[in-house]
Each structure stands twice: as structure tokens, then as C-alpha cells.
Design a protein around this ligand. Structure first.
Ligand code: HEM
Length: 209
């Protein structure tokens, strides 16, 4: 697609950060699952076997947090709640059917993406905090058994919830045609921008020299 028909959506630094984080997330999620179900034990081979997976899982988890913190700094201002989000929630049925609706004048990210954004940021914070509490041999000895038990429960719940949300995120990234290029080339078609994020499209037209 020629650059004349596309507009810049995601800067290079954010894209690199997103994909490095995706690789770490995949490895951390697979090793986490390998400890959930005995039948999935073999998944820890992706991190070099049970011992190495146990050592690497928390370090990669911290890397995910750092990458997401960078994304949060770069993208938080586009994900703040605004009055138009109400219209998106009120018309979520037609959004899901892919119908165009003039009542929803979406900015850079729609209300659903914003909910996902803050859920990811919240859950990764819970995972980091609970992960530190249960991290043997470094930090766990600083906490009592009841706190470690709560940490383990929260870590497992937040991990499962985040994996489910990410499955939805991946589905939507491919289902809404033309979205994936936002994170691959960083550019999206003008038609995609006009149709899915009309207020953002108008704003970048105004900024253009
Ligand atoms: C194969 C896996 C993934 C694919 C294909 C994918 C795809 C995408 C795409 C296309 C966007 C840009 C959406 C837009 O510009 O409207 C995006 C944004 C984003 N992704 Fe992913 N993603 C994946 C995995 C993940 C994971 C594992 C996480 C976090 C744990 C994540 C967190 C985010 C965040 C925070 C944003 C920014 C959304 C916003 O600012 O509202 N992604 N992703």
C-alpha cells in the first residue's frame, strides 16, 4: 500500500516494545500454564526445561512489566476516558456487527480498547506485586506464609484473566480488517482510520502541514 493512502498510527519505539513484550508474554504464559496442569508440563521446555523455566519466568515477567510501563507512558493520554466513550458503550452491538455509526465519533482508541488497556496495566501490576511476594529465593523469605498464600492466589487469578483478555485482544487485532498493520508497519489505511477512528483521523489531518 502506498504511503499516500496510509497514515502513521504507532511509532517505531512502541511497536518494538509491543513485540518484545509479546515474545516474553508468550514464554511466561506457557511456563505459567505448565505449572497449572500436569498434562501441560512439557510447555516448560520452551524455556529450557523445568529448572530453567522456574528461574527465567520471574525475570521475563519483570521485563514484560517494564515494556508495558513504557507503553503506558507513551499511550496513556490516548486512553483516558472521555464523554464520547458513552456512545461507544451504548452502541456496542452495532460496533460488534461492524456497522458504521455516526453517533460514535471515536478518537485514537475506542472505549473497548481503553478498558482493555487499563485492565492490562492493572493486571500486570498485580502480577508484579504478587510475583515479588512469591519469588523464591529472593523476596519470599521477607513475607509470612499467609501473605505468600494470598500472593499465590492473586498471581494465578491475574495470570489467567490476563491470558483470557489477550486471547480476545489477538482475535480483535485480526478480526477487524486492516488493524494488524498498526503494529507491524505502524501505518493504517486512510479508509480504516476514517471508518474506525474518525475523530483521530480528523485531528491528524489538521496537524498535517
Ligand atoms: C500475537 C499477539 C498480539 C497481537 C497480534 C497484537 C496486536 C495489536 C495491535 C494490532 C495493536 C494496535 C491496535 C490499534 O492501533 O488500534 C495492539 C495494541 C496493544 N497491544 Fe497488542 N497484540 C498482541 C499481544 C499483546 C499482548 C500479549 C499484550 C499485553 C500483555 C498486548 C498489549 C497491547 C497494548 C497495551 C496495546 C495498546 C492499546 C491501546 O493503547 O489502547 N498485546 N496490539
Amino acid at each position: 500500500m502506498s504511503t499516500r493512502n496510509t497514515v502513521q498510527r504507532t511509532p517505531y519505539a512502541v511497536r518494538i516494545c509491543h513485540w518484545l513484550m509479546v515474545i516474553c508474554f508468550f514464554l511466561v504464559a506457557m511456563s505459567g500454564l505448565s505449572w497449572f496442569f500436569p498434562s501441560l508440563n512439557w510447555l516448560n521446555n520452551l524455556l529450557g526445561g523445568p529448572q530453567l523455566a522456574r528461574i527465567l519466568h520471574p525475570f521475563l515477567g519483570v521485563a514484560i512489566f517494564v515494556f508495558l510501563a513504557f507503553m503506558c507512558i507513551r499511550l496513556a493520554r490516548y486512553n483516558l476516558p472521555e464523554a464520547s466513550d458513552k456512545a461507544w458503550f451504548a452502541n456496542v452491538g452495532s460496533v460488534m456487527k461492524g456497522e458504521h455509526n455516526d453517533a460514535i465519533d471515536t478518537g485514537k482508541y475506542n472505549a473497548g480498547q481503553k478498558v482493555l488497556f487499563w485492565s492490562i496495566m492493572g493486571l500486570i501490576s498485580v502480577l508484579l506485586l504478587s510475583g515479588v511476594i512469591i519469588w523464591r529465593p529472593y523476596f519470599a523469605p521477607l513475607f509470612g506464609i499467609p501473605i505468600i498464600r494470598i500472593g499465590l492466589l492473586l498471581h494465578a487469578l491475574a495470570g489467567v484473566l490476563l491470558m483470557l483478555l489477550i486471547i480476545g485482544h489477538i482475535y480483535l487485532a485480526f478480526w477487524v480488517k486492516g488493524t494488524i498493520s498498526s503494529m507491524s508497519t505502524g501505518r493504517v489505511s486512510r479508509a480504516w482510520a476514517r471508518s474506525h477512528h474518525p475523530r483521530w483521523y480528523r485531528s491528524i489531518q489538521q496537524d498535517a502541514p
